[in-house]
Write a protein that binds this ligand. Sequence first.
Ligand code: S3P
Length: 169
Amino acid sequence: MTEKIFLLGFMGAGKSYWGRQLAERLQLPLYDLDEQIVEAEGRTVAEIFTEKGEVYFRERERDFLHRLAEKPAFLLSCGGGTPCYFDNMAFMNQTGLTVWLNSSVSVMVERLLRKKYKRPLIAGLSDEALTVYVTQKLAERRPFYEQAKLILNTDALTADHFVEKIIHA
Ligand code: S3P
């Protein structure tokens, strides 16, 4: 089994939640790409977007992706946009096992409504506009997410089943 696992998915797909569940069961160290950037920059993701711009954030995201990928074994919870910039998706596929957590729009919107303010791309949207945004953005990003080696619908997924799929992949 490859020991370099990238968790991918849209905002609100449950990457952090599943990261914690799997790290314990697979006994792998868990990293969060956003957290690494936030720590290094000493600012929140929202502040980085406002003060330095999204292009700067995407460059840092790529740098940290490459840096973390050098570790011998890990579970990495990526940002929702990580697979969609530069050659990040190809790089992750060459490096290890990519897993797309494919959740339904309604489940993601439900989760995001409570945590909009943390995410600069959706912070300014009304609750009604959020469903439209998630639907459109997901359609744009789907071609990237679909390149993942393992695709799992997380709406009714159990941790045991998830671990089994990863071991078989
Ligand atoms: C983003 C998702 C966020 C964070 C940034 C941009 C995106 O991560 O990287 O706000 O482009 O979808 P989460 O998916 O962990 O919210």
